[in-house]
Design a protein around this ligand. Structure first.
Ligand SMILES: [Zn+2]
Ligand SMILES: [Zn+2]
Length: 185
């Protein structure tokens, strides 16, 4: 954006509210502000001796997939940044004023990307999916499966009991049978 009216006029300040159309998705496929969507940048542009200080709030919407139940959700984005666009082209400065313009896009992108959650969820207490049949548990309150009655399931249940028993035995010392334990006491 053009900042000619602020350049080398320390003390001058402007309030600006601008819309940024996202040129490439900010974020990842799991959570990001999609290409073509709009972000609003609202804040103060202040002329200092060594550059232009921008103190702004970015807001908009991100698209995400809940990591627990996999539905698509829209998450609000709201992040503040404060950044100096320097007149000097010294490498010490990340951002500079170039030909009376400042490019807000990289700053907006970095702030937005850092503000996105690593593990987006549709709601804090999302219950995820049923491990047995895959239905979304929030949509099916009280969802449960009846105890398996099929013969094959019954056989599996028996096997489970067996492994449970052998595990218990293994937890004793190999030479320590219940009888020898009684002799010791
Ligand atoms: Zn969810
Ligand atoms: Zn189920």
């Amino acid at each position: 954006m053009l900042v000619r009216d602020l350049i080398h006029r320390p003390g001058e300040m402007r309030e600006h509210s601008i819309q940024v159309v996202v040129p490439e998705t900010f974020g990842t496929a799991v959570v990001g502000v999609e290409k073509g969507s709009k972000l609003s940048v609202k804040g103060r542009f202040e002329s200092l001796h060594d550059g232009i200080l921008v103190d702004a709030v970015v807001s908009g919407k991100a698209q995400a997939e809940c990591v627990r139940c996999l539905i698509d959700v829209t998450l609000p984005v709201r992040v503040e940044f404060q950044e100096l666009f320097a007149y000097s082209e010294d490498e010490a400065f990340d951002y500079t004023v170039i030909d009376e313009y400042i490019d807000l896009e990289p700053v907006v992108r970095d702030s937005v990307v850092l503000s996105l959650p690593f593990q987006p969820v549709c709601q804090k207490d999302c219950l995820g999916l049923c491990p047995e049949c895959g239905v979304r548990l929030l949509d099916n309150p009280g969802h449960e499966h009846e105890a398996p009655i099929d013969a094959r399931w019954a056989a599996l249940a028996g096997l489970q009991d067996f492994t449970q028993d052998s595990h218990d035995q293994n937890s004793h010392d190999a030479n320590d049978s219940p009888e020898t334990q009684e002799e010791k006491s």
